[in-house]
Design a protein. Structure first.
Lengths: 366, 331
């Protein structure tokens, strides 16, 4: 197996970290990110957090029917977003990737329009909220069926291998998804083909209420990589720098034709699975609070503060700015109202067959 | 290759399919084939024979035994710029990949607001006739016909096998292309120039007294019955649907309006099957012209048995068709 340039340990027993809980740099290689980049990493995490909270508000107001809380997953998601070569690589996200979605560069107005199902949604208000996509960024619409997107991601990687132009594929999921047949089908074929893809599991320990030990007897999901003939990495998913450096390295290797990898990023979700879920039925407040102490934003604040790149005052200002951006995006997204009835029969096929023209005519005549 | 060299020649259904794949692969580099045994082995029904040797392992991919992987990866490759032909060895195995077919392939364009599509052809084969048993002999076309977002083609003739596949390979949407295992060695004159476009039903035999509506493997039994009926001075028209989505309702409604009598013959099982849909459409469109109730002859509502006599009895054959026509016409 190829040794990566940062010498990350394959199949490590403990999650790999580059930043201590108190924000010390732990790695033996030089940090080569600029101050600006480091601040941006934090800003994007903060944006992801506030975006997630805003989705919660919109749900309480009855404006969105569903969302998948992502607070606690920010370090993992922003690290992934920062390592992707957007527009060159292909991305198959999952429904909980709110922070990743923001950091990808999808306009916030588009994100809000998708969540609210308005006329300005580029996907024409056809997808469930929290199922982002962007044609421009090569980001494919998330699947509602757990792991349904994994074979497609593997197929995109096989296509990229055939084209041989240095493209990589990134796909994300929760740990529960790795139990699905489709997960195995996709990753196994990608392994056999040596296709350029990185499979990322954001393991938040729970699939709705079901704890990981009921999904699998494997100590963590990265170990499964062994059977697919690819390296597996087990990361502290609350450590944005560990996630970033490994992702960058793995994607560079994939683009260079060195094959796939599987990464588990150990995270925690603070919110319920979805707004329909009462999470206090299966976990305690103490458990959530203990994880909140390891919060990825907190850790990055400490890291930045040591470098004089973060103050509480600046943080408050940033939050205010972000809230205003979100207000504006919601107003813009709502400006033109909901998707019209005329759109309903479009895009079942590229060209509308006779039976759909007829059904459309009958509906609109009523 | 020069396809015109084959014009007018007698070739098999299998050869016609291979010609379509070969010609399309020569013309369009984005076309790849993936499936179980499609490489050196040449496909379980030998359709892709020679293509691995000609186009190499980069375009003819032997996959793991995983229908979800074959179809799911074909979808991903299609979404990102290729035009894959996924081969599903038996339509009976579609269940393993049905999530990929129904929830992914069929819905991506719609869910993505029309920004991208899934230009994939899923080639498979079905139908009874080889004593292959309950898990290798089904006619499951209704599953796909019932799912919005899928085109469904079921060629019955040599020219259509070529023509429909060639057209399917140019579509920007997924096509479920179901061949019939009993037709691979059937022969016909290769004259694709005369074939109708995708979505149009063909009048396989003109007649005036009753319309038989059918497709795929059942067509030959209907034509054989029509020949015999002719000897009894009963003149039937036979319509070959060719594609089930789009379903060419106009052609059969016009025919039934002309003849006033309709018999639908399919090999899928009767209940909630394709024949029910056609019957409803024919009734809606030709009600004023119907002289007798529309009748259906379809597979029995049982798993297909292996014993040859039982397998024969499980789906409509020439004698059943003749009997049904005479019953409708009371002659
Ligand atoms: C095929 C399928 N089965 C079940 C569900 C219902 N469901 C939605 S989310 C979920 C849990 C998924 O857990 P995991 O993969 O760990 O991701 P997480 O939501 O925790 O991020 C389940 C069972 C579904 N959407 N699709």
């Amino acid at each position: 197996m190829i040794k990566d340039k940062y010498n990350f340990e394959v199949f490590s027993k403990k999650p790999i970290k580059l930043m201590s809980d108190s924000g010390e740099w732990l790695a033996d290689f030089e940090l080569d990110l600029s101050d600006k980049q480091l601040k941006e990493f934090y800003y994007d995490m903060l944006f992801g957090r506030l975006l997630d909270e805003r989705f919660g508000q919109l749900h309480r107001l009855g404006k969105v029917s569903f969302y998948a809380p992502s607070s606690g997953h920010e370090a993992a998601q922003i690290a992934i977003a920062k390592a992707i070569d957007w527009g060159n690589d292909w991305v198959f996200p999952y429904y909980r990737d709110n922070a990743l979605l923001y950091s990808s560069g999808v306009p916030i107005k588009d994100i809000m329009a998708q969540m609210l199902g308005t006329r300005l949604d580029p996907a024409k208000a056809r997808q469930m909220p929290s199922h982002p996509s962007s044609k421009k960024l090569n980001m494919f619409t998330a699947a509602s069926g757990i792991a349904s997107h994994i074979p497609a991601a593997a197929g995109a990687a096989i296509a990229a291998k055939i084209r041989n132009k240095g493209e990589a594929v990134i796909t994300t999921s929760g740990e529960g998804a790795t139990s699905e047949g489709d997960y195995h089908a996709g990753i196994n074929f990608a392994g056999a083909q040596g296709a350029p893809i990185v499979f990322i599991v954001q393991n938040n320990g729970l699939a709705i209420s079901v704890p990981y030990h009921k999904q699998s007897a494997a100590e963590n999901t990265s170990l499964k990589a062994h059977a697919y003939g690819m390296p597996g990495y087990y990361l502290d998913g609350m450590d944005i720098l560990a996630c970033y450096y490994l992702m960058k390295d793995l994607l560079e290797r994939a683009r260079a034709g060195l094959g796939p990898a599987l990464v588990e990023m150990k995270v925690y979700r603070y919110g319920p699975h979805s707004p329909a879920d009462d999470d206090m039925r299966y976990r305690s407040k103490e458990e959530v609070d203990a994880w909140r102490k390891k919060d990825p934003l907190l850790r990055m604040q400490k890291f930045l503060a040591k470098r004089k790149l973060w103050t509480k005052k600046q943080d408050i200002k940033m939050r205010e700015e972000i809230e205003l951006i979100l207000d504006k995006a919601i107003n813009e997204a709502e400006a033109e109202g909901f998707a019209p009835l005329e759109w309903m029969f479009d895009d079942v096929f590229k060209d509308k067959p006779a039976h759909l023209l007829e059904q459309q005519k009958m509906l609109l005549e009523d | 290759m020069n396809i015109t060299e084959y014009y007018g020649q007698t070739i098999t259904y299998r050869e016609a399919l291979r010609l379509a794949l070969d010609e399309a692969m020569e013309q369009d580099e984005r076309i790849i084939i993936l499936g179980e045994e499609v490489g050196r082995y040449g496909g379980a029904y030998a359709v892709s024979q020679g293509l691995y040797e000609k186009y190499g392992a980069g375009r003819v991919l032997d996959t793991p035994i995983s229908e979800a992987a074959i179809i799911g990866t074909a979808i991903g490759a299609a979404m990102t710029g290729l035009r894959p032909v996924a081969e599903l060895m038996y339509v009976d195995f579609a269940g393993i990949a049905m999530d990929q077919i129904a929830n992914q392939a069929a819905k991506i364009r719609y869910m993505f607001g029309g920004q991208i599509g899934v230009p994939m052809v899923l080639r498979t084969q079905g139908g009874p006739g080889r004593s292959a048993g309950a898990q290798h002999s089904q006619s499951l076309e209704a599953w796909f016909m019932h799912t919005a977002g899928l085109f469904v083609a079921m060629p019955a003739t040599v020219s259509d096998a070529y023509q429909l596949l060639k057209e399917a390979l140019q579509f920007d949407d997924p096509v479920i292309f179901i061949e019939h295992k009993g037709l691979y060695t059937s022969k016909g004159i290769f004259e694709p120039g005369t074939a109708l476009p995708f979505g149009k039903a063909a009048i396989a035999r003109e007649g005036s007294e009753l319309t038989i509506i059918t497709y795929s493997g059942a067509l030959r039994h209907c034509l054989a019955a029509a020949e015999e009926l002719d000897k009894l001075a009963i003149d039937v028209e036979v319509i070959d649907l060719r594609t089930l989505n789009p379903l060419d309702v106009d052609t059969f409604v016009e025919s039934v309006s002309k003849t006033g009598h309709a018999l639908i013959v399919t090999e899928d099982s009767l209940t909630a099957g394709v024949s029910a849909e056609i019957s409803a459409r024919a009734q809606e469109g030709a009600f004023d012209f119907l002289e007798e109730p529309i009748m259906r002859l379809s597979g029995e509502d049982i798993p297909i048995p292996v014993a040859p006599e039982l397998e024969l009895a499980a789906t409509p054959k020439k004698a059943d068709i003749i009997k049904a026509v005479r019953k409708i016409l009371r002659r």
